[in-house]
Design a protein around this ligand. Structure first.
Ligand SMILES: Cc1cc2nc3c(=O)[nH]c(=O)nc-3n(C[C@H](O)[C@H](O)[C@H](O)COP(=O)(O)O)c2cc1C
Length: 234
């Protein structure tokens, strides 16, 4: 698969088969993700790859705490409630996903079940917890940018090998649980996790393609000549 195709076709995958994922394949993907650029080559990211009982313990701890009313506890600032166009886009993808899954607007039980799936990392066979070096916390948000770039690389490399992934903020909503189960060193900050596995073709939400604005809406171009060329002057 070429890069353009992977970038265009990739979508978040939230339903997985029981097929196992080999450590060798995961190492290949992480080797590629590790090629991400970073501010002044700081390379602040770490990947903690969880499966089996370790991941099951994270799921259990996450679920118990969320159901028990323990407030979310993440190590990066919470994004809070989105408003305006951002809220609109959030609602848009939720509507697409619920429509695909046949979850009605007023079906509180199935909506809650969907949310709980997110806390269980969509029952994926593998979860990659992405962290960055705590020492960079006093250097502004750039380490988060760098680790985010590496995370996108991970997702694309997975996709191009037929593996499905969803970046899953819900999975680290109870970060103390993740930290303990995955034995994350204190000098790292938990950023997010990525649920990974072989896509279940019968899981309707996996077909959902989120919408994007036209390029003309998200990009502006300045200083191009009449032929539309960007060139050096002087
Ligand atoms: C930082 C981040 C956190 C995310 N957390 C979740 C999550 O907790 N649950 C979920 O279902 N999707 C999550 N997603 C996936 C987004 O919902 C998804 O990327 C977006 O709707 C666009 O859809 P696409 O990935 O299919 O293009 C997250 C994505 C990012 C980048």
């Amino acid at each position: 698969m070429d890069l353009d195709e992977a970038m265009q076709e990739r979508r978040s995958i939230r339903g997985f088969t029981d097929d196992p994922v080999s450590r060798e394949l995961l190492e290949e993907i992480l080797t590629l993700a590790n090629h991400a650029p970073s501010s002044m080559n700081t390379q602040p990211w770490h990947f903690h790859v969880l499966t089996g009982e370790v991941l099951e313990n994270v799921r259990k701890g996450n679920t118990e705490r969320m159901l028990g009313g323990v407030p979310p506890s993440r190590e990066i600032p919470a994004h809070g409630k989105y408003e305006g166009v951002h809220r609109d886009r959030q609602v848009e993808i939720a509507k697409q996903l619920f429509a695909a899954m046949g979850i009605e607007r007023h079906d509180a039980e199935r909506r809650q079940d969907w949310v709980m799936r997110g806390f269980r990392q969509f029952d994926a066979p593998v979860s990659v917890v992405v962290t960055y070096d705590r020492a960079l916390n006093d250097h502004g948000p750039v380490a988060i940018f760098d680790a985010g770039a590496a995370t996108y690389g991970l997702v694309l490399a997975a996709w191009s090998r037929g593996l499905g992934a969803v970046i899953n903020g819900q999975g680290i909503m109870q970060s103390p649980v993740v930290r303990e189960c995955a034995d994350i060193p204190e000098d790292q900050v938990i950023l997010t996790c990525v649920a990974l596995g072989w896509p279940d073709a019968t899981f309707e939400a996996n077909a959902v393609k989120s919408l994007r604005r036209e390029t003309g809406e998200v990009a502006t171009f300045q200083g191009f000549d009449e032929a539309g060329q960007g060139r050096r002057t002087g």
